[in-house]
Design a protein around this ligand. Structure first.
Ligand code: URP
Ligand code: ZN
Ligand code: ZN
Length: 470
């Protein structure tokens, strides 16, 4: 009987720090050997001329999240993790949303129930706090941290979600107390409302108004404010979905001052622009997300910051709504004003191939940077390293084998999400994942699902590498 369950033979193994040609031996779901000419496995995979990378971890996705406007997310935990697997991911971290007036503990339990038994790949949860009551912060938060949810997202915009300054301050104090990481969606809600009214009065109600109502200054201002509060409360802060140069300047300003401020960016800020929201007649709704895509100069600023290590992670912010549906992008009212179009675009399946092609294949970032930005740093920052995020002895065998030469044109019909469009339709890429395995079991092959719902397990997370042990 073979010693290993699976051997991946003769591939180029890449971690965040090293690149080596070797075999990978897998037993009982974990990596147990790395070396030349290792013993036989029950299953042998020939990875000659292929890359063997840690499976992608997408630490910013929205699945089956409740909404307050009648819109319905296109992907649940089943379809969202299926799509993620086909795009080279072995783990996702979706959000558990506490609705206003709802108990934080209940909201987490509800999301556990939605996810349990459905996922194709492993998953964890972040908690969104929209109602920072005494009960939520003092009683419930410590419980959810004990249950392995060690990061909290807060919003500075959106009706029914935006926290005021005092609330932001209190959430940060609470996360400091329990050793959780605070993540922030930084956009100034009041300014966006004023801008929206101004645009509507002038008759600019089409999807492009979404981008015009929230120019980068509203993101820059909120980012600066959030950084300032984090400094006052003395907590690390993770700024999500950064869209361009002015915000990057704020992040770098904070880093220069020695503050523990970290950030991510997403494919939409590298490849789309606000002009896409002008697509006729209302197709621009397909690109409505917040913050909105900016312009080419801001795309370049994001690429430059990725290459210089300003961003710690690269995520999709997958937030899928069907376009041709009255519970999706064309929800009632959406013809009247952009403000009714649900915010968010699909991208969990396309995140890695886009960064691989436009980043690695086109020479903007190294392969090791790619691994750090898409897997290893997520595992460290969200408290799962070295179980997840690396190819190392003892780590879970979460592996994506890539063909760096494979040419793929992204089209809706090759994708596996439940959305009816991709914002990246027609984009031709070089490099695609060909085999994806979670804990040693193949979950996707050649861009198609090969596993089953329910195989993915909840991963209880520990303390973030960014949060000091006080
Ligand atoms: O437009 C977006 N990004 N929707 C998802 C929710 C969020 O703000 O992350
Ligand atoms: Zn957000
Ligand atoms: Zn998001």
């Amino acid at each position: 009987m073979a010693f290993f369950d699976t051997v991946i033979r003769n591939g180029t193994v890449v971690t965040a720090s090293d690149t080596m040609v070797c075999d990978v031996g897998i037993k009982n779901g974990r990596i147990v050997a790395l070396g030349e000419h290792i013993e036989e496995g029950s299953t042998e995979i020939d990875a000659t001329d292929l890359l063997v990378l840690p499976g992608g971890i997408d630490s910013h996705v929205h699945l089956e999240q409740p909404t307050s406007d009648g819109s319905v997310m296109a992907d649940d935990f089943e379809s969202g993790t299926r799509s993620a697997a086909c795009g080279g991911n072995t783990m996702v971290i979706p959000f558990s949303l506490q609705e206003r007036g709802e108990s934080l503990l209940n909201s987490v339990q509800e999301h556990h129930d939605r996810a349990s038994g459905k996922c194709h790949i492993d998953y964890a949860l972040h908690a969104i706090i929209t109602d920072p009551s005494e009960q939520a912060l003092v009683k419930d938060l410590p419980e959810i941290v004990k249950g392995g949810i060690t990061s909290v997202k807060i919003f500075m915009t959106y009706e029914n979600m935006a926290l005021n300054d005092a609330e932001i301050f209190r959430v940060m104090e609470a996360t400091r107390h329990v050793g959780a990481l605070t993540m922030v969606h930084a956009e100034n809600f009041d300014a966006i409302r004023q801008m929206t009214e101004r645009l509507e009065r002038a008759g600019h109600t089409g999807p492009r108004g979404h981008a015009d109502s929230r120019p980068i200054v509203v993101e820059r201002e909120a980012t600066h404010r959030a950084i300032s509060f984090a400094e006052l409360v003395d907590v690390p802060l993770f700024v999500v979905h950064v869209s361009g140069g002015d915000v990057i300047e704020q992040i770098e300003w904070a880093k220069r001052r020695g503050l523990p401020i970290y950030a991510e960016t997403c494919p939409q800020y590298l490849t789309l622009t606000a002009d896409d929201l002008d697509s006729m007649p209302t197709e621009g709704a397909k690109y409505v997300c917040s913050p909105p895509p900016r312009d080419v100069a801001n795309q370049e600023a994001c690429w430059d910051a990725l290459a210089r290590g300003v961003f710690s992670t690269f995520t999709s912010d997958h937030c899928p709504f069907v376009y041709a549906s009255d519970t999706g992008k064309q929800i009632k009212g959406a013809q009247e004003s952009f403000k009714y179009v649900p915010n968010g675009i699909p991208g969990v399946e396309t995140r890695l191939p886009i960064l691989f092609s436009k980043g690695v294949s086109e020479g903007r970032i190294t392969l090791n940077d790619f691994v750090a930005l898409t897997a290893t740093n997520h595992a460290k920052i969200y408290g799962m390293y070295p179980q997840k995020g690396s190819i190392a002895i003892g780590s879970d065998a979460d592996i994506a084998i890539w063909d760096p030469k494979k040419r793929v044109t992204l089209t809706q019909d090759i994708l596996n999400h439940n959305c009816d469009y991709t914002p990246y339709e027609g984009m031709t890429l070089t490099g695609y994942p060909v085999v994806v395995m979670v804990r040693g079991r193949v979950v996707a092959k050649d861009g198609k699902p090969a596993g089953e719902p329910g195989y993915g397990e909840f991963v209880s997370r520990g303390r973030s590498s960014l949060v000091p042990d006080r």
